[in-house]
Every structure is written in C-alpha cells, then in structure tokens.
Design a protein around this ligand. Structure first.
Ligand code: HEC
Length: 128
C-alpha cells in the first residue's frame, strides 16, 4: 500500500477540481482586468485635467451654460448648493468626480472634455 497510488476516482476528482479552479481563476482575471481598465481610464481623465491650466473666464461661460439652472447665476445656490468656497471643502479630484460621475441625483453627470473641465475648476477656484 503506497500513498502515491491514487484511485481512478480520486484522479477524476482532482482533474475536475483543477478544471473548475482554472475556470474561476480566469473569470476573476477578466473581471479584474475590466475593473482595472475602467479605473485606469478614469484616472487618466483626472490626471490629464489636473495637468492643464484652466481659464476661469472660459469656465464661467461653461458654468453659465450647464450649471446655473441649479446652482444659480452667481453660484449662490438654487436647487443645488451654493458653490462658493467649494474648493476648500472638496479637492479637485472630488469636484471632477462630482461633475462627471452623476452620483448625486438630481445633478446629472456631464460629459466634459479635460480642457473644459479644467476651465470649470479654475472658475470654481475663483469663487472664494
Ligand atoms: C439638475 C440640477 C443640477 C445641475 C444642472 C448641476 N448641479 Fe451640481 N448639484 C446639484 C445638486 C442637487 C447637488 C447636491 C447633491 C448632493 O450632495 O446630494 C449638487 C452638487 C454639486 C457639487 C457639490 C457641492 C457640495 O457642496 O458638495 C458641485 C461641486 C456641483 N454640484 C457642481 C456643478 C457644476 C460645475 C455643474 C455644471 C457643470 C452642476 N453642478 C450642474 C444639482 C445640479
């Protein structure tokens, strides 16, 4: 009786086990890749935005088109909150997520390119 000789049933079991193990492993790998790519995409957008030097004037124009309906013409608040000193409470990354994320309905998510996002940030910084 040696321990190295396993029965056919045991071998089948091991084979099944390994097969399932690899299936689960690859499914998880694909999930993580998708998550990582998405996450990396977001970060790329944020990094690109933060590298730019926005113009508050341009940002003001973007604000007037997209945001005044809820935040008021002078950003003193309407349906949405007053945005003065917002840059003291939220960092730039958080503001970008607020504007592009759509995480706090009724505020919608905005599809805004990095240049305009950086202009908007500059405008919000000017509202001290
Ligand atoms: C449809 C209305 C609406 C529009 C349009 C809108 N917002 Fe908002 N916004 C809100 C509401 C409501 C909140 C509060 C969400 C919450 O915290 O629950 C908010 C929150 C915010 C906050 C976070 C404020 C805080 O005190 O945490 C920022 C920053 C902001 N909005 C910026 C913008 C900018 C910039 C635009 C234009 C690109 C915009 N919003 C357009 C409704 C709107």
């Amino acid at each position: 009786m040696s321990t190295s000789s396993s029965s056919a049933a045991e071998r089948d079991f091991k084979r099944e086990f390994l097969k399932n193990f690899f299936i689960v492993f690859f499914v998880l790998l694909i999930c993580f890749s998708i998550f990582f790519l998405n996450h990396h995409g977001n970060n790329k957008y944020i990094i690109e935005t933060l590298e730019l030097n926005g113009s508050a004037e341009e940002g003001d124009a973007i604000f007037k088109i997209n945001c005044v309906g809820c935040h008021g013409i002078t950003a003193r608040g309407l349906v949405g909150p007053d945005l003065h000193s917002i840059t003291k409470r939220l960092n730039d990354k958080e503001i970008i997520k607020q504007v592009t994320g759509g995480l706090t309905p009724p505020m919608p998510s905005f599809e805004i390119d990095p240049v305009n996002m950086s202009n908007l940030l500059e405008y919000l910084h000017s509202l001290e």
